[in-house]
Design a protein around this ligand. Structure first.
Ligand code: COA
Length: 436
């Protein structure tokens, strides 16, 4: 019988020793969001003078780490982000030359990267090993497990505060090269309090969600408000990329039962979770929640197998033809495509013909000074969701039906849900463009 404790201790090194394993030209893929190996990443810069051209790939880095915030790291380290966060946005703004963006759809982020170049190191986080020699990758397997299986070196940061989640999250000690221990508080999200605009949007979206639907909620301020508006629904199910507090609350309230799901019935399916401490303790050993790889959960071909699938995501602006911009404002890369295209396409094309994709945003931004419904996108803006894939657009002024609609119908429907202060101007612009 394997002595797991002995095997684990034999692979245990310090963070200082672990960072010495980084070599020039290495591609390191680190865990995302609450699965970020923060103890290790805070020390990457220590090997600056020893290495050149090390690239660190990640989705949503939670902290402004020295290895990419400090311009002196240029040529030594580069953060290659699949989804920007405040730190990487600031580094880009400061032109540190240490951050770049990787265009992607989340379900293919890892597989496309592995296709481009085999990663050298997977650096993730995990729970302490159990009596059978398994650790749990805990709060995220969006790409971590796919990469773990091909990387030359696997280093996991062990944190006893991480919940042991169920599904495909387990990894055997034998498949890990080194462990480092770093028992920190698990990164939590502050509770979001939706404003009146978000609440109005939530109520419109609730009109589109039928009892028995399987839902996906995206990232941002609006999804929380949507969850509040769903509290009178019955027998909802979850198949989502990101699991958040509001889903736990709807489950506890008996609104989410997962009983009407056509795929993985009785289970809430997700690929990562981020939220409060309460959410993390709820997830520990919770058989109601099934973590699966992002390459599976977010694959549109999988999403479309869900009955009455409704995907709910948010955007920054939409043009008259229905091009959805959710990740950049002009050439400024704000976030990333994430799973927006994956989930919107999967839902719209659901097998039963009852799927819906919803893209929501407030009708204005910048304190009411800018309309988010625009005639054309500003130059350089990335289109996150192709206009052929758009289905419903929702603002605080209503629902615009887009699927199968002409440019004339789309333009009219969108102007009808624009903020009243902008409708006359938008109508004039639409006439000038020859759209209506
Ligand atoms: N023009 C210019 N600036 C705009 C804008 C517009 N039309 N719309 C929003 N902004 C600015 C806001 O003022 C705010 O600026 P600030 O950070 O300086 O305050 C910023 O952009 C973010 O806007 P906000 O509405 O607060 O964003 P959010 O946190 O609700 O996130 C998205 C919204 C769209 C950025 C986010 O959902 C996203 O990145 N989506 C793409 C990926 C995705 O949907 N994945 C799905 C599964 S997770």
């Amino acid at each position: 019988m394997t002595n797991w404790d002995e095997l684990y201790k034999g692979k245990l090194i310090t963070i200082e020793e672990a960072v010495q394993k980084i070599k020039s030209d290495d591609d390191i893929i680190v865990g995302q969001c609450a699965s970020e190996p923060q103890g290790s990443m805070e020390n990457f810069h220590l090997v600056k003078d020893k290495v050149k051209d090390v690239r660190v790939f990640s989705v949503l880095t939670l902290k402004p780490y020295e290895f990419f915030m400090n311009p002196e790291m240029k040529g030594h380290f580069e953060l290659c982000s699949w989804f920007h966060a405040p730190g990487s946005r600031l580094a880009l703004k400061n032109r540190t030359g240490t951050v770049t963006f990787v265009p992607n759809m989340l379900h293919r982020a890892a597989t496309d990267r592995i296709h481009a170049k085999k990663p050298n190191i997977l650096w993730g986080t995990c729970t302490p090993p159990d009596a059978k020699g398994f650790v749990s990758l805990s709060l995220g397997i969006t790409y971590e497990k796919d990469v773990l299986e091909v990387a030359d070196l696997v280093i996991l940061e062990v944190n006893k505060n991480l919940p042991r989640t169920l599904g495909d999250t387990h990894v055997n000690i034998k498949d890990v090269d080194f462990f480092v221990e770093h028992h920190q508080e698990v990164p939590a999200l502050p509770a979001a309090v939706p404003d009146e605009t978000a609440l109005k949007i939530g109520r419109y979206i609730a009109e589109l969600v039928e009892d028995g639907s399987t839902i996906q909620l995206g990232i941002g301020n609006i999804p929380n408000a949507v969850a509040l508006a769903l509290k009178d629904k019955k027998d909802l199910g979850v198949h989502t990329e990101m699991l958040v507090d509001s889903m736990m609350e709807l489950y506890e309230a008996g609104v989410i039962t997962n009983k009407k799901k056509s795929l993985l019935k009785d289970k809430m399916v997700c690929t990562f979770a981020m939220g409060s401490k309460k959410l993390y303790s709820w997830l520990h050993d919770n058989m109601a929640v099934e973590f699966r790889r992002g390459s599976w959960v977010n694959d549109p071909a999988i999403i479309r197998q869900n009955s009455k699938m409704v995907s709910i995501n948010t955007c920054l602006m939409v043009d008259f033809t229905g091009q959805v911009a959710s990740e950049s404002i002009g050439t400024l890369q704000f976030s990333g495509t994430g799973g927006q295209t994956d989930t919107a396409v999967g839902a719209k094309e659901a097998y039963d013909g009852l799927g819906k994709s919803i893209i929501a945003c407030g009708s204005t931004s910048k304190n009411g000074t800018i309309s988010t419904i625009v005639p054309t996108l500003p130059e350089g803006t990335a289109v996150s969701l192709h206009r052929s894939n758009v289905d419903h657009i929702v603002t605080d002024y209503g629902i615009a039906y887009m699927r199968g609609r002409t440019v004339k119908e789309r333009t009219r429907n969108l102007i009808a849900i624009a903020h009243p202060n902008f409708r006359a101007e938008l109508t004039e612009q639409a006439i000038n463009l020859g759209y209506i």
